[in-house]
Design a binder for this molecule. Structure first.
Ligand SMILES: Nc1ncnc2c1ncn2[C@@H]1O[C@H](COP(=O)(O)OP(=O)(O)OP(=O)(O)O)[C@@H](O)[C@H]1O
Length: 311
């Protein structure tokens, strides 16, 4: 279990993390979301013991990160933002070095390295120096070092950043397969990644927690949840004729397709049957209908602050 209690961190005048509290249980994959500069990396660095908080504490499986940093570092595999340091080392040399730092000796070092090399498919780049690798391979080497000691807890700062769609898929599969008894915290800007991988999502904004729920529950707070998409045979003149149907808040036209209407509900109750009947009564010819499940990107925009546009 990870317990983050009233964590704060200031850089000069900037309160980067502001009284943040949450807990994560074994078996949970937690998506950690927020706009650029929201404080995700800073929080992850404090959980892993790489940065000292100004206030608050982090308890990892009963160990306080500040009082007992070594115990916590043994429990955690951490993939920091960006590429591994030690750019001039070969991949094989770097992974061996990491295994030694993790206190493995003799044949166990080779066994550990071989395991992560296979897991992350690094065979073809073992002899290359890290600085010569593509961004995707650097990310995979970073993941390999985080996994080398088979940690109970993985803290992954944008793990699929820079990977192509196939590699993204592979890395998500690896995380999904690892996750059954581990705690995984993933920071990401990719909302589909949260929907695909995470049982829970936390959104922070300006260092503060602004949402904490399952991705589905968050999605259902979107104004599009239960919205009805009507795909008509042809555009209709008066779309607002449908706005009088009980439970309908408004009707808008898809900007890219005039025969696609989006009927938004007043609340979160289904309006499909009433909308369908209303459209039929109006004599509209319907090709296809779909009910919206809600959108995480819409919720993200609602609960976070957009950065000011630079002049
Ligand atoms: N060492 C530092 N010194 C000064 N300011 C810092 C330092 N580290 C982070 N910050 C600032 O703290 C704020 C939070 O940064 P952080 O990297 O935690 O955000 P983030 O949510 O991870 O952003 P991103 O999504 O862009 O990676 C930012 O405004 C950042 O510029």
């Amino acid at each position: 279990m990870i317990e983050v209690r009233q964590l704060s961190k200031r850089f000069g005048n900037l309160l980067a993390v502001d009284n943040l509290s949450f807990t994560v249980k074994p078996g949970e994959v937690l998506g950690f979301l927020g706009p650029n500069g929201a404080g995700k990396s800073t929080t992850m660095k404090m959980i892993t013991g790489f940065l000292t908080p100004d206030h608050g504490s982090v308890i990892v499986h009963g160990h306080d990160v500040i009082q007992d940093p070594l115990a916590v570092k043994q429990l955690i595999g951490y993939l920091p933002e960006g590429a591994p340091s030690y750019e001039e080392m070969s991949v094989a040399g770097f992974l061996k070095f990491v295994a030694q730092v993790r206190d493995f000796r003799g044949a166990e070092i080779d066994r550990r390295v071989a395991h992560v090399v296979e897991l992350l498919q690094l065979e073809s780049v073992l002899k290359k120096t890290i600085e010569t690798l593509s961004k995707g391979f650097k990310r995979r080497v970073g993941l390999a070092q985080a996994l080398i000691h088979d940690p109970d807890i993985l803290i992954l700062d944008e793990p699929t950043d820079g990977l192509d769609p196939n590699q993204k898929h592979q890395v998500r599969e690896i995380i999904r397969n690892l996750a059954s008894n581990k705690i995984v915290i993933i920071s990401t800007h990719i909302l589909e990644e949260v929907e695909a991988l995470c049982q829970r999502a936390i959104i922070i904004d300006r260092g503060k927690l602004v949402a904490d729920d399952t991705p589905i529950a968050l999605q259902r707070t979107s104004e599009f949840y239960q919205a009805v998409h009507l795909y008509l045979a042809e555009p209709v003149a008066d779309i607002n004729a449908l706005a009088t149907v009980a439970g309908v808040k408004s009707v808008v036209t898809d900007v890219n397709d005039a025969s696609h209407l989006i009927v938004l509900p007043e609340g979160d109750q289904p309006i499909f049957e009433a909308v369908f009947a209303g459209a039929k009564d109006l004599g509209w010819k319907i090709h296809h209908v779909a009910v919206d499940e809600g959108r995480l990107d819409d919720v993200f925009r609602r609960v976070t602050t957009a950065l000011p546009v630079e002049a």
